[in-house]
Design a protein around this ligand. Structure first.
Ligand SMILES: [Zn+2]
Length: 134
């Protein structure tokens, strides 16, 4: 934590002509500011991670053994259960013949009810990899 009274102390040292002591104290304050900035950056990363976890906890659902993500009233998926459960990655499955295929781990899941839901357009064109670590 930065002690704000140090700024007054530095000012007083300069005002009284003790420039070396003032500079030394100023360098100490600078060092503390850098440490605080680093801590703030780390805390921002942790906050983003926790926000992501909360978002996925609220919006990621399992149906018929596959993961589905609902965001802004749009349901996306299915996502590969193997990739999510092993690495926390959401990898959208691609339709491959009469099955679903993971473009990342190459797992093949027999088609079924999920396949019918999966035939609705743009999702068939590209696999989307959404990185996420649990
Ligand atoms: Zn996979």
């Amino acid at each position: 934590m930065l002690d704000y009274s140090l700024f007054k102390k530095i000012n007083d040292l300069f005002a009284s002509g003790q420039h070396d002591k003032a500079r030394h104290l100023l360098m100490e304050v600078q060092s503390r500011c850098i440490a605080l900035r680093d801590e703030l950056s780390m805390l921002k990363v942790r906050l983003k991670t926790l926000e992501d976890i909360a978002f996925f906890a609220e919006n990621l659902h399992v149906q018929d053994g596959f993961y589905w993500l609902t965001a802004n009233d749009v349901r996306q998926g299915p996502f590969c259960p193997r990739c999510y459960e092993s690495e926390g990655g959401l990898i959208r499955l691609e339709r491959w013949q009469k099955a679903l295929h993971c473009p990342y781990c190459h797992a093949v899941y027999p088609g079924g009810r999920q396949e019918a839901e999966y035939q609705d357009g743009a999702a068939l064109r590209h696999a989307r990899i959404i990185p996420f670590a649990r």
